[in-house]
Ligand binder design. Structure first.
Ligand code: ZN
Length: 71
């Protein structure tokens, strides 16, 4: 069984990976370890650029908002 993408570990330091929005509709998967340069030291960063739909962005923003209200 294949794991969902947000469960991926960094291939360089095994930290969790996180999707980071770099432009309005584009995200890259980056390492959450601040001392790790992945994927900025990798040639594969372009392959990992993914298009994010407005719907996904709205859904993420909405769940962030709900998290804030729960505090
Ligand atoms: Zn890493």
């Amino acid at each position: 069984m294949s794991k969902p993408k947000n469960d991926l570990k960094c291939p360089q330091c095994q930290s969790n990976l996180q999707r980071c929005l770099i432009q309005q509709n584009y995200a890259v998967t980056i390492c959450t370890n601040e001392t790790c340069q992945y994927p900025f030291n990798s040639n594969e960063i372009i392959n990992d650029l993914s298009f994010i739909s407005d719907r996904d962005i709205l859904r993420a923003a909405k769940s962030r908002l709900e998290d804030e209200q729960r505090k």
